[in-house]
Each structure stands twice: as structure tokens, then as C-alpha cells.
Design a protein around this ligand. Structure first.
Ligand SMILES: [Zn+2]
Length: 236
């Protein structure tokens, strides 16, 4: 494995990792969070690798930019940065042989575990905590919005959906993704208002959006903000 660099026509240097393999017959490129990796057969010459890289450079540059703009994955350890109701909070993990408590002090989410090195368990505890915070928050919003709309408070179900933040079925049941609890309140409010408005109009007609506007006058802004932060909400 070697760290290399090649220059593009515009003078930009692209770093890459070159990996040789005796079994390999062709050169291949891979771009991920570690950057560009080139897998090559042992016999291939450096200049051949570079000419292939130059030929593929627009694809490589595009892929590297996509990775650079992606929010960083959460590493489930002490100090990890999380979001709760739009605020940045930090994870504080400590070893505790008896306790498995999760406590929030307004800035830090304290997680006690016998084995804090087990990132999967840390993640599970945090996800459970998020899911517990949702019900009172979402229920309160639905109560307020249902009163405004003049309808009974619909039954609320939590989902773990990553892209469909909310839904409303023909039985009038509303589903909201617990992942929304990471978002600022105006976004949660918009999604709740959107689903509730479906109790009046089971479609996305202008009449439907009028109901949404009545419940949530700034819905256009919230809708845009939700779109902008959806990649971040999906990290967990
Ligand atoms: Zn809808």
C-alpha cells in the first residue's frame, strides 16, 4: 500500500492510496470516506495507473466532492456530536459496572455502560433515548394542532423511517419518525401539521396546502429546512 498523488491538468493534486494485488488483472478505482483508492495488478507501471486516473479524473473529482460534502458519520463514543430539537449536544459515555442509565443535562447526554468501548451498544442506548423523548413532544404538538383544526387528536405511532418523516392513513392514524426529534421544533411542527392536514384532504392539492398554511404559516421555510438537513437526520 502506497500513498501517492497525481496532478490534474489544472494543477490540482489528488491524493490516493495505491494497493497492489498479485491476483488482480485490471486497475480499479474506489472513492469512499477514506478518499481515492486504486487497486492495481502487481505488474502495472506507475505511468499506466496515472494515465487511467487522468482519463477518469472528472468522475473521481465528482465522487470526492460528494464525499467531502456528506455529513460525517457519528462515531459512538465519548464526545460525539449529536442533535436534539435542533440543538447541538454531546455524548458523554462513562464506564459503570452496575448502571445503564441515560441522562440528559441540557447539553450532554450521559450514557453509563459496563463496556463503553462497545459502540453498537452506545448507539442502541442513544436511539432508545431519542425514541422515548418523541412521544410527549409529538403528542403535545398534535394536541395543539388538532385543536386549531377542530378535529379529535389522532392516534400517534412512531416509526423509524429515514425518508418518510410522517404519514397519515385512511383510518386517520398518524405516524412520525422518531428521527425528527433531532430537528429544530419548527420542522417537527411542520411535519405534524402536514400529516394532520391530511385528515382534511388526503392529497397534496392546493386545498391541502391551505390547511397546512393555517396550521403552520411558515411551512415553506420549514419544508426547505427539512430537506436541507435530511441527510443529517438520517445519520442515526
Ligand atoms: Zn403528505
Amino acid at each position: 500500500m502506497r500513498q501517492k498523488e497525481f496532478l490534474l491538468a489544472d494543477g490540482q493534486a489528488i491524493a490516493y492510496t495505491l494497493k497492489f494485488s498479485a491476483r488482480r488483472r485490471t486497475v480499479s478505482f474506489m472513492v469512499d470516506h477514506r478518499g481515492l483508492t486504486v487497486h492495481a495488478p502487481r505488474r502495472v507501471a506507475q505511468y499506466e495507473v496515472e494515465s487511467l486516473l487522468r482519463a477518469q479524473s472528472s468522475w473521481i473529482v465528482k465522487k470526492l466532492a460528494q464525499w467531502a460534502n456528506r455529513p460525517a458519520a457519528i462515531i459512538w463514543q465519548d464526545g460525539a456530536r449529536l442533535r436534539y430539537l435542533g440543538q447541538e449536544i454531546h455524548l458523554a459515555v462513562r464506564q459503570d459496572v452496575c448502571s445503564r442509565a441515560v441522562e440528559f443535562d441540557g447539553l450532554r447526554l450521559h450514557v453509563a455502560l459496563p463496556n463503553p468501548e462497545d459502540h453498537a451498544v452506545v448507539q442502541r442506548k442513544v436511539v432508545q433515548w431519542y425514541a422515548r423523548q418523541c412521544r410527549p413532544d409529538f403528542t403535545r404538538r398534535l394536541e395543539i394542532l388538532a385543536a386549531k383544526l377542530g378535529v379529535p387528536v389522532p392516534p400517534l405511532y412512531l416509526s423509524g423511517a429515514r425518508t418518510q418523516w410522517g404519514s397519515c392513513n385512511v383510518r386517520g392514524e398518524i405516524r412520525l419518525s422518531w428521527r425528527l426529534i433531532q430537528a429544530p421544533p419548527h420542522i417537527i411542527h411542520y411535519v405534524a401539521a402536514h400529516e394532520l392536514a391530511h385528515l382534511k384532504e388526503m392529497n397534496h392539492s392546493p386545498a391541502f396546502w391551505e390547511w397546512v398554511q393555517k396550521l403552520c404559516p411558515d411551512y415553506k421555510l420549514a419544508k426547505r429546512d427539512l430537506k436541507a438537513m435530511s441527510a443529517e437526520l438520517q445519520l442515526i
